[in-house]
Design a protein around this ligand. Structure first.
Ligand SMILES: [Zn+2]
Length: 217
């Protein structure tokens, strides 16, 4: 796929490589050569190196001395469990706090994110899956933002948990079921139901964990 738009070229190149990584078109652990991407995307080395640096910061790519770039390996079962343990500790409580504090504009933005995810879920394009993962990350990040503890929010954001979790499986079920669960979270938040929001978030994270467990079988 050639990228022609000069405007926002760096972002487009980044997006193209991000999609390949998220949809497993570039397999975990696979070598990534700058020259290969130059040929494939028909752009110069500069935006590609820039994009790879950005992806390295997000933990999706690793740079090794002499070898060059590789796609990050799949997370281990242990790291998977650690991520979900952490999420279960902080996100249900975040949802409870968000239910106390959420404003009209914040509610509108959250609903908008959920709506964008719904539109993507029916698509079978690989790039849609990557976009869905990013929107899911935004959805959860926004709730933690509303909850108001910046340290908790930053900690989760820096782990890029959604990118690693979504890269475990490329599967439609991952997206469809999440939509219904998000609806429950939204419903609780919009009626400022603290207990309901906490429960809906815990339920969503629990179910997500079970949806992705087959990746380790
Ligand atoms: Zn979610």
């Amino acid at each position: 796929m050639a990228i022609q738009r000069p405007k926002g070229l760096a972002d487009d190149v980044y997006g193209a490589i991000f999609n390949k990584l998220m949809s497993l078109e570039i397999s975990p652990g696979a070598r990534i050569t700058v020259d290969g991407l130059v040929r494939e995307l028909e752009v110069s080395q500069t935006p590609i190196r820039e994009a790879l640096g950005r992806l390295e910061g997000e933990g999706l790519v690793v740079k090794t001395h002499l070898v060059g770039y590789r796609a990050s390996p799949q997370i281990t079962r242990r790291r998977f469990d650690e991520i979900y343990d952490l999420r279960l500790l902080v996100e249900p409580d975040g949802a409870r706090r968000a239910a106390q504090r959420i404003g009209k504009e914040q509610m509108r933005k959250l609903k908008d994110t959920a709506e964008q995810m719904r539109k993507l879920a029916s698509s079978t394009e690989r790039s849609s899956y990557a976009r869905f993962a990013r929107l899911d990350a935004d959805f959860h990040d926004s709730i933690l933002e509303i909850a108001g503890n910046e340290l908790i929010r930053d900690t989760l954001a820096h782990l890029h948990t959604h990118f690693h979790i979504f890269r475990l499986l490329f599967h439609a079920r991952v997206t469809e079921e999440a939509l219904t669960e998000h609806e429950s979270i939204l419903a609780a938040l919009s009626s400022r139901d603290e207990v309901g929001a906490e429960r809906a978030m815990r339920d969503h994270i629990d179910r997500s964990r079970h949806r992705l467990l087959p990746a380790f079988e």
